[in-house]
Design a protein around this ligand. Structure first.
Ligand code: MG
Length: 475
């Protein structure tokens, strides 16, 4: 037996023993048959550069998202849910590991994300959600944009996923030399301008990837994975390559949206969500599957109409203002989550890690600092999350801290050219009461010296326990 087959066998064995212990059923042959109500499937659908204001159920006036709206009506909307970084690579690493990027090494002050010439990737010492769930007998698949290293030791199949299908980094990389320079190639995108690979497991199967059908093909892959694994617990990670620029959509979604090209792209992603949820309903898995929908970071505003909207939140991708890191998030689990509920508590993509551990029966690792708080009490309507703060980093620099409703900016840096995009330090920090002022307009620092003092104490405590890992982005 190969080592991977061996560990799968061991994982299935553990799962069978686990289920027999708790349900007094005779252990059956592998794969572990599902026991209703226990160890739900987990699906994470992750958009790329989607803004807080880009879904109809989060207030967009002209983008039509009936499937996400239904998901929200049947599930829970999170209105204060954060990614762990305002750009792709560190954000994804934090989702996968439940740890701040500064702890897991997928972080840099100079290079903000991995590029096609990067040699690094997610360190083998990190534990991914997929590794934890696979050890509990879950089938695992990653379908979409990975961006945690495209060389063999760093691919999804080396990080707990049984299979991988997707573009391993951003869809705007590998731009060919004869493509129009600068923004022109983005404003009139053609598939041939970006020589990005499409991979199946460790092999390139198409290059350049036909991005016009990428959302459709990710969806087909996701649906067939669900159908193939309906009789055992599974974890599906579905990180779409879009709506990151350049924007592409399939024929069926050309010119369907009042919002133009960007709207077409979102409406196809919405269709994809509908396909996934309908498959779960058809296969009788809806009540045994937790689905999260969220995004890796806010809208890329510098691309004007080709970038999304953070709605009433300030700024967007790349910044630690709210528009850069607060994401439109929906959780769906019929029969467990109260339909139409809204969670206004602080939550983070990093919390998916602890939540997945609880639901699968996995023990949280004890040998490392985690930044993950279990959301199961919130999802079940039985309690609150233990999360009290959000730490906003840009690379290794702590830029801002939110504690309760207050957010203090130590350093700000906008994405707007007109502002010079320079880092500006603030002492005393800028202070916003985000529940009164979600747009971060009114600095209330002088009215709340006690809050600033409290946040300074929280920063001191946080930094004292922080042992940043060396950057793997610059290797
Ligand atoms: Mg992104």
């Amino acid at each position: 037996m190969f080592p991977s087959a061996m560990s799968r066998f061991a994982a299935v064995l553990v799962a069978v023993l686990f289920s027999s212990l708790f349900h007094s059923q005779p252990a059956s042959a592998a794969p572990a048959k599902r026991v209703s109500g226990e160890r739900p499937n987990i699906i994470v659908i992750f958009a790329d550069d989607l803004g807080y204001g880009d879904l109809a159920c989060f207030g967009h006036p002209t983008i039509n998202t009936p499937h996400l709206d239904r998901m929200a009506a049947e599930g829970m909307r999170f209105t204060q849910f954060y990614s762990a970084a305002p750009v792709c690579t560190p954000s994804r690493a934090a989702l996968m590991t439940g740890r701040l990027p500064a702890r897991n090494g997928m972080c840099s002050d100079r290079r903000r994300v991995l590029f096609p010439n990067s040699k690094g990737g997610i360190p083998a010492s990190e534990i991914t959600i997929a590794e934890a769930l696979r050890a509990q007998g879950y089938a695992t698949a990653c379908v979409g944009k990975w961006h945690l290293g495209h060389l063999p030791p760093f691919l999804p199949t080396a990080n707990g996923f049984d299979s991988y299908f997707g573009i391993p980094y951003s869809n705007d990389m590998d731009r060919v030399n004869d493509a129009p320079k600068g923004r022109a190639s983005f404003l009139h995108p053609r598939v041939a301008y970006w020589n990005v690979p499409l991979m199946r497991n460790e092999k390139i199967v198409e290059r350049p990837a036909d991005q016009t059908t990428i959302t459709k093909r990710y969806t087909e892959e996701a649906v067939s994975f669900i159908r193939a694994h309906k009789d055992q617990p599974f974890f599906l990670y579905l990180p779409h390559s879009l709506p990151h620029v350049p924007l592409f959509r399939s024929k069926k979604f050309e010119d369907v949206s009042l919002r133009g090209l960007y709207g077409d792209v979102i409406e196809e992603v919405d269709w994809s969500v509908g396909q996934v949820l309908n498959t779960l309903r058809q296969e009788g898995l809806a009540e045994n599957t937790l689905v999260f929908f969220t995004s890796d970071n806010g809208p890329w505003l510098t691309f004007n109409e080709h970038g999304g909207s953070a709605g009433l939140l300030r700024d967007g991708k790349g910044t630690t203002f709210e528009g850069g890191m607060r994401e439109p998030t929906v959780a769906w689990w019929p029969g467990t989550i109260k339909p139409g509920s809204i969670c206004r508590e602080l939550a983070s993509t990093m919390d998916v890690f602890a939540t997945a551990h609880t639901l699968s029966g996995a023990e949280l690792p004890q040998d490392r600092v985690l930044d993950s708080h279990d959301l199961t009490p919130v999802l079940r309507g039985q309690g609150k999350s233990s999360r009290e703060a959000i730490f906003y980093y840009r690379g290794y620099r702590l830029m801002a801290v939110r504690k309760g409703p207050f957010k203090a900016h130590l350093i700000t840096q906008t994405s707007y050219r007109a502002d010079g995009r320079k880092a500006i330090s603030h002492d005393p920090p800028l202070l916003y009461q985000l529940e009164h002022d979600p747009s971060e307009k009114y600095n209330v620092a002088k009215d709340h010296p006690e809050v600033i003092q409290e946040i300074r104490a929280a920063i001191k405590k946080h930094l004292a326990a922080m042992k940043p890992a060396p950057s793997q982005l610059e290797l």
